[in-house]
Design a protein around this ligand. Sequence first.
Ligand code: AMP
Ligand code: GLY
Length: 425
Amino acid sequence: MRILVVGSGGREHALCWKIAASPLCDKLYCAPGNAGIAADAECVPINAEDIPALVAFAQTEKIDFVVVGPEGPLVKGLADALEAAGIATFGPSAKAAELEGSKGFMKDLAAKYHVPTAAYQRFRDAAAAKAFAATLPVPVVVKADGLAAGKGVVIAQTHTEANAAIDAMMLDRHFGEAGAELVVEEFMTGEELSFFALCDGTHAVPLASAQDHKQVGDGDTGPNTGGMGAYSPAPISTPEIERRIMAEIILPTVAGMAAEGRPFKGVLFAGIMVTKDGPKLIEFNCRFGDPECEVLMLRLKSDVLPALMAARDGGLKNFDLRWFDAAAVTVVMAANGYPGKPETGTVIRNLDAAAKLADVAVFHAGTKLNDAGEIIAAGGRVLAVSATGVDVKLAQQRAYQAVDAIDWPGGFCRRDIAHRAIARP
Ligand code: AMP
Ligand code: GLY
């Protein structure tokens, strides 16, 4: 098969690494890819959101299967355009990707199909949003409806802060058109879990459990990021919690989306709050998590391609996925300044030495080559340094050995990734 992966992050590097290992894969391209992905795939300089250029490339190169990594192109209709051109694609249609593209749509769907989630209302008027926020106990959660690169959520500690967030999103348009509509909702208390299920429009197959660390600083402090690290398995995800998430959240959503004429095919990523009353939905994403994908690909024993193709083809009924018992940990190395404006262009050395360590995989999240052929930082999250081990503690030790082997004064990482899993017996 001739395969094209769309995207340029650590998630796409992990997908390319796993797909390249499949005996079904004859030729692998990645658009646009990055300096690390180039070791596993031929990178083509097409932007992940340039739908006409991606369709034209897939046609010219006779691509058999496209795997779309990020949400942006999915929400814009990349899967629809490729399928219309006769190219089989892993990833939901634009109508199904609205589960991530519109938080209001997601909340209404959850309400209609009795999926447990925080109490909420949708608003297009700032005064009405503030009036509703005033009725909720603090903290109050204010969300821009549309895509805001993971930044469109404010947990307001006071009603004054909630009002300021409503004004910033709706009146000042901090997140552009994403803030034309808002969701104001109740704050849920508990521990967060990332839950993934492959879906084929009708059936759903859960993936191994994972958790990420959203905050930039050790001890889960400081501003939110796209994810500073991840680990799998996640001890909080007991078989009973997983059973409830499937029965109460994933399956009703898959059935609801089919009933709405928007069958969801691809990977459904549920952000879950494990509360004292059980699992509740925080949000849906229509793609793999990053860096959760890195730990999942390291632990997946089965060939990933038949699974992704079955999701596209409607073939997931009784589909069997095998996982390694080993645990996996990913430590994200970010450029100084992240999650604010990252300092790019700094040279990263000794990546080969790190990658040669036992049970280590160094995925690239935002790198490129400079004119001298050196690897340089080209984004906020730059490396996803990953390792496996018999338990999370050993995987963590190996991941940090690899981090310490890398010579990159322009970057930093958290030193406590997976602390929750290690603390829990
Ligand atoms: P989202 O982009 O919706 O995942 O929100 C980003 C982060 O905000 C989540 O990962 C949670 O940590 C937090 N969050 C969002 N909504 C809620 C809520 N209703 N209650 C508590 N925390 C929330
Ligand atoms: N790591 C969370 C996300 O991919 O949204």
